[in-house]
Design a protein around this ligand. Structure first.
Ligand SMILES: [Ca+2]
Ligand SMILES: [Ca+2]
Length: 420
């Protein structure tokens, strides 16, 4: 209850602090004033942190710290080369996806799926599943199938209410042109029901459209990210029906293992395939530990054994170089930027951005642009926009649409970005 109270009563900054903190620290924060949120800046990127103990609810992996010295991606702000036109407002929006005709679907965490038509009118879509709307939970991602024009299928991820808390669920339904979901079916559940935010919940279709990837956050529970029998802190690779995809690294093992693509993630909010077939992923880390990863099948990305950040509770975590057997991030941020959604730009309106990753930064209040060259990622720009950015998407004409984060009771605006 204390955790819930803190989530609902506090400022965006407090929510930021909460999402990094282990539950033990969250309980501490809940009893204090919201203004007592810990500082997110001022931590050296390279100073070695003495290893004391891991959080009490994490196993002691017995590693010794070796500080990370490369890959820190923070840049000074650049002047945005775009103008921002407000074109709508939503209630606690979380994600958006374009339809082939240029219409837009927007999820709102309280459990509403909105359909913005090309003429700008917005209506509610009926038949959305019940969600647990609390903290970072609720109706989360929406994905439009590559063959939507013929199938009219969409996928939704959300916090599903369960007797003992909630579970990340993935559902599929047909979007009737009249504005309702037909044949909604839950095709996958994370299990490990309980409390905790950080669902991840990002849905990405494979380049051939025949399977999908789903990110599943570790829900502030640490150890499950390394437990191969729990679908938390993982990237899953599923068939379009929600079964383990054939050819997965542990396909023969059955259960959660058979569905697992990679392990050791914290709170992965963004995934993108580049045209060369590489899968890039970003995730919210603890204090000073946001990451951009190149995701390879069967690899372990280290959480909570290692992180280039440390816990908000003050407990250090050994940095990635301490365990070279675990995959290090290609880039990391300290101070954190709190990455929300991520997209790959491919349009004509911003020629310089073609092939760049664009990351929505929540606490960073910016669009972060990353250039890619094969398996190398380079920070290119941080465009300060003065608001928490929840998600980004590319419109048919190559404009970038930006969804502002909105707290309970206050709207999150939708903007169209075009060159200045
Ligand atoms: Ca990591
Ligand atoms: Ca660390």
């Amino acid at each position: 209850m204390l955790v819930c109270r803190a989530f609902t009563a506090c400022t965006p900054m407090m929510e930021n602090a909460m999402r990094f903190a282990p539950l033990t620290a969250a309980l501490l924060f809940a009893g204090s004033a919201c203004s007592a949120a810990p500082q997110q800046s001022g931590q050296s990127a390279t100073s070695p942190a003495p290893l004391k103990t891991l959080p009490r609810n994490a196993p002691d992996y017995g590693v010794v710290n070796m500080p990370a010295t490369t890959g820190r991606a923070n840049l000074p702000d650049s002047a945005p080369p775009f103008a921002m036109a407000p074109i709508g407002t939503f209630e606690q929006p979380f994600a958006m996806a374009f339809l082939p005709d240029g219409g837009l679907l927007v999820t709102e965490k309280p459990g509403h799926l909105k359909w913005r038509a090309t003429d700008g009118t917005v209506r509610d879509i009926a038949g959305v599943p019940a969600v647990e709307s609390k903290g970072q939970g609720g109706l989360l991602d929406v994905a439009v199938t590559p063959d939507f024009a013929s199938s009219r299928l969409i996928y939704l991820s959300y916090a599903e209410p369960r007797p003992d808390g909630s579970s990340l669920a993935l559902a599929r339904a047909r979007l009737d042109p009249a504005g309702k979901l037909d044949g909604l079916a839950v095709i996958w559940r994370a299990g490990s029901d309980g409390i905790g935010g950080q669902f991840g919940a990002n849905i990405l279709f494979a380049p051939d459209g025949k399977s999908l990837f789903l990110s599943s956050g570790e829900r502030q529970r640490f150890a499950p990210a390394q437990d191969l029998d729990q679908a938390l802190g993982k990237i899953l690779h599923l068939t379009l029906d929600g079964n383990p995809a054939p050819g997965n690294p542990m396909a023969a093992a059955g259960g959660v293992k058979a569905a697992t693509w990679s392990t050791g993630h914290r709170n992965p909010y963004g995934m993108v395939f580049t045209p060369d077939g590489r899968l890039w992923e970003e995730e919210m880390g603890p204090r000073g530990g946001d990451e951009l990863n190149l995701v390879l099948p069967g690899r372990n990305y280290g959480w909570p054994i290692v992180s280039n950040g440390d816990n908000y509770s003050g407990v250090p975590i050994p940095d990635h170089p301490s365990r070279p057997d675990l995959e290090a991030p290609k880039l990391w941020w300290n101070p954190v930027i709190s990455p929300g959604g991520m997209m790959l730009y491919s349009g004509k309106m911003f020629p310089d951005w073609r092939g760049s990753l664009l990351i929505a930064a929540l606490s960073g209040k910016a669009i972060v642009r990353i250039t890619l060259d094969g398996d190398k990622a380079t920070p290119a720009a941080t465009y300060a926009v003065g608001m928490r950015v929840r998600d980004l998407a590319q419109a048919l004409d190559g404009a970038v649409w930006l969804l502002e984060d909105g707290e309970r009771g206050s709207g999150g605006r939708l903007f169209r970005l075009s060159p200045k």
